[in-house]
Write a protein that binds this ligand. Structure first.
Ligand code: GDP
Length: 356
């Protein structure tokens, strides 16, 4: 499964956030046989469509899509040179598929800031600098090896060219992901700044509705996605009954908890989407990469389904809801038969036909 690594300076609220995430762990409830690792939080991606499907099909249970977050120890200035947890820390980030930076924007004078003052812009700069420096080391180490390989194997030349391009970008203090390079030849290096970033700003609760403040933080990281939450409130929310939690959210003037937002946005940052299946047993969201074809989507349920794929019977969620039942949807001619080249759309409700 794809994972999002949570990084940030010490004392910014990472543990508070991560603990709230793991309190929300859907694995234990829905996937009893999965192993749960202590530094991994598997979070359900809330999807109201599943509740609707479960009603239509009288499904016994609901299984949402999930996103996995990995808690990575705090980064400090000099991490790329081995300060703090240094290399161990960097190895953990290399394994993640996207990076979630937690940035302190709350003021609390009782919580010490490692660099002495609360400055989101400076903190972002510190973290990005460490990641860029670490990537530069990786690239500088790889380049002589790649050049040597390319002397005898001409098919290594594109990799050499790509790595030189990457080095130029890094030397300018820029991240690889934002630079618009072809990432494919760089993949083998597991560069950290080649991963998509998203940002969580941990803000004081009364600033959540301060549009000017939020806007200025958003502008710092655009076009990357940013989420604004108060980690302490999130930690309280997961302890409450659902209706109490809803009440608290409404009193704060927000529709969705920060953790739910993080699950939604994180899912998108990883380049994922869902399709839906429903029956008496369960209503379920399945995770596929954006652009996946019908056989690839079937393969997520079972590898045999991809190999033996014949066709997919597809109905859009809204057509199904309009009709109110599967038989009425069929009667209205709204069930499409799609073949192996069909590219799945978000919200497709699907039944696959296959040979095993
Ligand atoms: P980490 O080092 O990034 O994992 O940070 P922690 O989650 O351990 O938080 C460090 C300290 O800041 C703890 O005392 C938290 O209670 C406090 N803290 C975390 N989030 C918030 C917040 O949103 N507001 C305030 N005022 N304090 C927070």
């Amino acid at each position: 499964a794809l994972t999002i690594g949570i990084v940030g300076l010490p004392n910014v609220g990472k543990s508070t956030l991560f603990n709230a995430l793991t309190r929300n762990n859907v694995l234990a409830a829905n996937y009893p046989f999965a192993t749960i690792e202590p530094n991994v939080g598997v979070v359900g991606v809330p999807d109201e469509r599943l509740d609707v499907l479960a009603k239509i099909f009288s499904s016994a249970r609901i299984l949402p899509a999930t996103v996995s977050f990995v808690d990575i120890a705090g980064i400090v200035r000099g991490a790329s040179e081995g300060a703090g947890l240094g290399n161990k820390f960097l190895a953990n980030i290399r394994e993640a598929d996207a990076i979630c930076q937690v940035i302190r924007a709350f003021t609390d004078p009782d919580v010490v800031h490692v660099d002495g003052k609360v400055s989101p812009a400076d903190d972002i700069e510190t973290i990005n600098t460490e990641l860029i420096l670490a990537d530069m080391q990786t690239v500088e180490k790889a380049l002589p090896r790649l050049e040597k390989e390319a002397r005898t194997a001409k098919d290594r030349l594109p990799a050499v060219a790509a790595v030189k391009e990457a080095l130029k970008v890094l030397e300018e203090g820029r991240t690889i992901f934002g630079a618009g390079l072809d990432l494919e030849p760089l993949r083998e290096l597991h560069l950290m700044t080649a991963k998509p970033f998203l940002y969580v700003f941990n803000v004081d609760p009364d600033e959540l509705e301060n549009e000017e403040f939020i806007g200025s933080l958003r502008a710092m990281v655009a076009p990357a996605e940013a989420i604004f939450l108060d980690a302490k409130t999130e930690a309280e929310l997961v302890e409450l009954e659902p209706d109490e939690a809803l009440e608290l959210l409404q009193s704060m003037g927000v529709e969705e908890s920060g953790l739910d937002k993080l699950a939604h946005v994180g899912f998108g940052t990883l380049g994922l989407q869902t399709y839906l299946t429903a029956g008496p047993k369960e209503a379920r969201a399945w995770t596929i990469p954006k652009g996946a074809t019908a056989p690839q989507a079937a393969g997520v349920i079972h590898t045999d389904f991809e190999r033996g794929f014949i066709k997919a019977e597809v109905v859009s969620f809204s057509d199904l809801v309009d009709a109110g039942s599967m038989s009425e949807t069929k009667a209205r001619g709204k069930v499409r038969i799609e073949g192996k080249d069909y590219v799945m759309a978000d919200g497709d409700v699907v039944e696959f036909r296959f040979n095993v």
